[in-house]
Design a protein around this ligand. Structure first.
Ligand code: GLU
Length: 491
């Protein structure tokens, strides 16, 4: 296939939500697979609801997800004159007509139809009228332009996902193309823009399927090629119901704040509705190599946070250490309001915001990089990574959490006090030597290694879970290790 052109056409009325991000990803992957172009059109015609903040959030969300679009983003609102021109061309070629019916007249018709149990579609008496019938004087300008939808036969859309979908002609009304104030409607704008942008494939949510039927009428009225439509099933919650906030209906900025990697998101989102055999874990390059419309399923995909975390964990382990360090800093730099809107606990938000300053310190960054191979094996998200790296990010004296405090109770402080001089003299300061020192100490005390390692870990990390305690000591270095043990044992 040559010259593939796809587009993502969000309405800037809120954040870039997860369904929109998946639509963007599919269009991006399809274009990249075919060496084609992926365009971005901001559908900002609803000036009452469109905001510059929402447009900025869309751009930022796409940038973060790595979905680069070709050329400048197009503003639909800026093309209103062109949309109106097309309505007039349709008027000229007889596929549209001037309708002078008043709102009161249409409402009255609908009410009566309802009362009589008939379809509410208004059959305009102006459909087959010509200039001779139009009102005289000022009233002559008070019309809308309506599409002459077919009254007989069927309207068919060949959809790459849904197959052949047909509507009885009478089910599609003579939709308004141009309002009486000369402004175009959304349905017309989409078709004109897609045509003018050379869009060959329209991949979008299946809530637009009926729109495709109406839109195909406009294409045909203008003698334009109808693009390939691919309407993808919407994303549902794990329970099969409409996606709720608790189940993932959040903006992409929330996923960024929750510590998912763009590569993990791309992998997971791709699997929401598309499959490549049984492959669950793949790189973005593999996605591009494999992506095609034929492998998009017809049934609704279910969003599952656990699966997302598992996929993300894989991409964390695959990522190089410097990338992870930068991504940690990115999470720590998120606005408090964004963190609060995401699905994060109070403790997590505190850990993230507390990490901001230390993550900017050179010495600490060096320590994090050194510890990263051990840390990234244990974390499924960047937030977990921040929590796990607490022992590097926190300042002395450390405040143990409840479990660590328990491990430091009883005679733990005394034990650590006895162990400290031996560790101070350990040479060289490496994992093997440190382990040998602690083992010898445990043996001399008649204790199992764990009985010493547990309080040691609690003293050094303020947590009950951490990377291997000898790795921790090596990362912290001799001085910091001894100082932290002193904080607990009271030297
Ligand atoms: N602006 C529409 C939306 O955000 C998409 C229109 C389209 O893809 O054709 O739902």
């Amino acid at each position: 296939m040559t010259d593939v052109v796809t587009r993502f056409a969000p309405s800037p009325t809120g954040f870039l939500h997860i369904g929109g991000a998946r639509t963007a990803l599919f269009n991006w992957a399809f274009a990249r697979h075919h060496g084609g172009r992926f365009l971005l059109r901001i559908e900002d015609t609803d000036s009452a609801r469109s905001t510059p903040e929402a447009t900025a959030a869309i751009h930022e969300g796409m940038r973060w997800l790595g979905l680069d679009h070709d050329g400048e983003a197009i503003s639909q609102a800026s093309r209103a004159a062109r949309h109106a021109d097309v309505a007039h061309v349709m008027l000229e070629n007889g596929t549209a007509y001037r309708c002078y019916a008043s709102k009161a007249e249409i409402d009255a018709y609908r009410e009566q139809a309802k009362a009589e149990g008939r379809p509410p579609m208004f059959p305009s008496p102006w459909r087959d009228k010509g200039p001779a019938d139009w009102p005289e004087g000022a009233a002559r300008d008070g019309y809308v332009i309506r599409l002459k939808a077919p009254r007989e036969g069927e309207v068919t859309v060949e959809d790459a996902v849904q197959g052949t979908v047909t509507w009885k002609a009478g089910k599609l009304d003579d939709l308004i193309l141009l309002r009486s104030d000369g402004t175009p409607v959304y349905m017309l704008a989409v078709v004109v823009d897609d045509h003018d942008m050379g869009v060959t494939h329209v991949i979008r949510g299946d809530d637009h399927l009926t729109n495709a039927a109406r839109q195909s009428l406009i294409y045909r009225a203008m003698g334009w090629d109808v693009p390939v439509f691919a309407h993808i099933p919407l994303i549902h919650g794990p329970d099969g119901a409409k996606l709720s906030k608790r189940h993932g209906a959040l903006g992409v900025e929330a996923y960024r704040a929750m510590g998912y990697l763009p590569a993990g998101m791309r992998n997971y989102l791709a699997r929401l509705g598309w499959a490549h055999g049984d492959d669950e874990l793949f790189s973005t390059q593999q996605l591009v190599d494999w992506f095609g419309l034929e492998a998009i399923g017809k049934s609704a995909a279910r969003f599952d946070f656990q699966k997302l975390a598992a996929v993300n964990g894989h991409h964390m382990r695959e990522a190089d250490d410097a990338t992870l360090l930068a991504a940690m800093a990115d999470v720590a730099a998120q606005d408090k309001a964004v963190l609060e809107a995401a699905d994060l606990s109070k403790e997590q938000i505190n850990a993230i915001t507390a990490a901001r300053a230390p993550l900017a310190e050179e010495a600490r960054r060096a320590m994090l990089l050194a510890a990263m191979p051990g840390l990234k094996e244990r974390a499924k998200t960047l937030v977990e990574l921040i929590e796990l790296a607490h022992y590097i990010l926190a300042n002395r004296p450390l405040v143990p959490d409840a479990k660590a405090a328990k491990n430091l109770s009883g005679d733990a402080a005394v034990l650590i006090g006895r162990l400290t001089p031996q560790l101070r003299n350990a040479s060289p300061w490496d994992g093997t030597t440190l382990e040998a020192v602690v083992r010898d100490f445990a043996e001399a005390e008649g204790l199992k290694l764990g009985k010493v390692a547990q309080p040691l870990r609690a003293a050094l990390t303020a947590r009950a879970i951490s990377p291997g305690v000898f790795d921790v000591m090596q990362t912290l270095g001799r001085d910091e290790t001894i100082a932290r043990l002193g904080d607990v044992a009271g030297d």
